[in-house]
Design a protein around this ligand. Structure first.
Ligand SMILES: Nc1ncnc2c1ncn2[C@@H]1O[C@H](COP(=O)(O)OP(=O)(O)OP(=O)(O)O)[C@@H](O)[C@H]1O
Ligand SMILES: [Mg+2]
Length: 275
């Protein structure tokens, strides 16, 4: 298991570098894309047939909320722009793309997400569920994957490589921002900047810790029913240094956070594209 996490971290570090620098890599075979239409960010991940990260791009966005497209034209515009940006960097057209939904999203909303991917010019290869996509990157067959995004906390339980349970509840990074904004009497844009400032992390975490414990309570409720030996946390809102220790203390099961938790689900969608 340690080896798998080390391997996942190596791939995530490389993908993070590609997203941050705009660099691309040599590839072999067919390219596949993952389109993560998140509440806070839209991320495109490109991998080759060996699941090697080849390119990536990310953009803050408010066009999708918890798996529901609230601005279709805006969503297509962002994905089209990111796709064109990567195509220019790679010098090749990106043909196939997949996307993902938080567990429990209604069928109509799922279709709308697929329409965004197609509207941006991709051939839609499939629609995954988010925590299961993350599990593909982590290379795990057993355990719980908890995706703490901007809007929701999604949980997926795997046994012997099969997803045996999924759930999604509305507490995410956006709630932390609101709590911080209320506690300090600052507006939410200011609170969002402060929340992500590493220099203020200690002060911020003291304020948002009860929200993290609420997320842990959500997860505990489910893993009490579906026991697991290990929990993996991914998603941008688990970026705090003390996040996994807080979860672990509350749930009393080992909690592991991979490198670049924000990028795990997008990369996993690319891994699952065409499978
Ligand atoms: N360094 C950081 N420290 C704390 N929170 C962070 C940090 N970086 C990002 N976040 C938070 O992570 C959230 C975004 O995470 P992510 O991109 O995984 O969500 P999303 O996929 O857009 O949303 P969802 O999956 O809920 O639809 C935001 O609330 C953002 O404020
Ligand atoms: Mg997400």
């Amino acid at each position: 298991m340690g080896d798998e996490l080390a391997q996942a971290n190596k791939i995530l570090k490389e993908f993070e570098h590609l997203v941050e620098t705009g660099e691309t890599r040599e590839y072999s075979g067919r390219l596949r894309c993952g389109v993560d239409l998140g509440t806070a960010n839209i991320v495109l991940a490109v991998v080759d047939e060996n699941n090697t990260p080849i390119a990536g791009a990310s953009c803050p966005s408010k066009v999708v909320r918890d798996g529901v497209v609230i601005d279709y034209v805006g969503a297509v515009r962002v994905v089209t722009r990111l796709k064109a940006q990567l195509e220019q960097a790679l010098g090749v057209e990106l043909e196939t793309g997949a996307c993902a939904i938080p567990p429990g999203v209604a069928e109509g909303s799922t279709k709308a997400l697929g329409n965004v991917v197609e509207g941006a010019g991709f051939k839609l290869a499939g629609i995954l569920d988010e925590p299961s996509a993350a599990a593909l990157v982590l290379g795990i067959d057993n355990g719980a994957v908890v995706d703490v995004g901007g809007g929701t906390t999604g949980i997926s339980v795997l046994h012997d490589g099969k997803v045996t349970f999924t759930a999604d509840e509305p507490t995410g990074g956006g709630h932390m921002t609101l709590v911080l904004s209320g506690a300090l009497g600052i507006d939410s844009d200011e609170a969002e900047i402060m929340k992500r400032d590493p220099a203020q992390q200690r002060e911020v975490f003291a304020v948002v810790k009860p929200t993290v414990e609420k997320m842990a309570a959500i997860v505990k409720k489910y893993v009490d029913q579906k026991p697991v030996d290990i929990i993996y946390v991914v998603g941008g809102a688990c970026s705090f240094d003390d996040f996994e220790a807080t979860f672990e203390k509350f749930i009393d099961i080992p909690v592991v956070k991979p490198h670049a938790p924000l990028l795990v689900t997008p990369l996993g969608i690319a891994f699952g594209c065409g499978n």
